[in-house]
Design a protein around this ligand. Sequence first.
Ligand code: HMG
Ligand code: MG
Length: 304
Amino acid sequence: MSEVITVHEVGLRDGLQNQPRVVPTEGKLRLLDALLDAGLQSIEAASFVSPKAVPQMADAAEIFANLPQDRGVGYEALVPNEKGYERAVDAGVTTVALVLAATDTFNRRNINMSLDEAIRVNEAVIRRAKADGIRARSYLSVVAACPYEGVVPPETVFDLAARMFDAGADELALGDSTGAGSPPQMAHLFETLAHRYGPERLAGHFHDTRAMGLTLTWVAIECGIRKFDSSIGGLGGCPFAPGATGNLATEDLVFMATEAGFETGIDVGGLRRAVAVAEELTGQTLGGRITPFLDSREKRRAAN
Ligand code: HMG
Ligand code: MG
């Protein structure tokens, strides 16, 4: 039996948080249905952040009240602080994703906290989650370089990872938030952390700004990592990370993983239908780097 790669779809959160057009709840649920039909089993559905900071996520509680619960799918929500955690728990969330950046300036811009304060808040929320029986994922953002402070020393990443795991984080996702990472840099981070904590507790979260998303995925696969975040059609970016484009596209990740002999349980045809829904909802032209090839393959097949 071939090995499995878990694809964690973040388009509904990382993708839609950055859209100029606020997608209505009904549209988000329609996109979710298309993602489930394509076979996605791990989904970050929303974030419980300040609606003043990110109006696109103001309906997080309504999204969670309407998630199909009969399909064995794991849903998760991003929370930036204790208030977000409480709102998420009230909405029935069972996995929270915390967000900590590796630099002081990025934390200030993203969550209006200094690095020290952000560490304390993340630790407090993780401890609370563990006490409440809630799964806690920790995002560590700008692990390669920060758009405000430049290259991030790997020791900073290792120190922050240790703080989050010591507090009880179940999983750590390394965020290359602006797509600034190089293969040797990310190999060093994943190799070291996989050795310390086990590859099964790590995930890769790559924005594809410099077309490095798949390369960095492969680097992480070689370090034993088997869980990756991606967003349908490459939707997304962070409103507080200038220059960042969308995440690695789910269809690119699934195509590459399948070509490499991994099981994902996800159907590329179904992803194409989900991309069409996301395009309709956002008014953007979307699609991963594999799109022109898939288009021409479909045309060839239709002609035969
Ligand atoms: P603040 O203004 O400093 O918050 O924002 P505050 O604690 O001073 O409270 C101010 C007001 O906000 C109060 O309301 C609070 O109740 C309310 P008021 O009294 O004025 O009516 N408030 C909240 N409301 C709803 N939900 C909450 C919440 N917290 C406070 N959770 C805060 C601080 C963290 C809230 C704000 O900066 C924020 O929401 N930031 C989120 C930014 C965000 O969503 N960024 C994108 C996600 S991170 C990302 O994309 C990176 C990632 O993908 C990984 C990668 O790529 O590397 C994860
Ligand atoms: Mg992101």
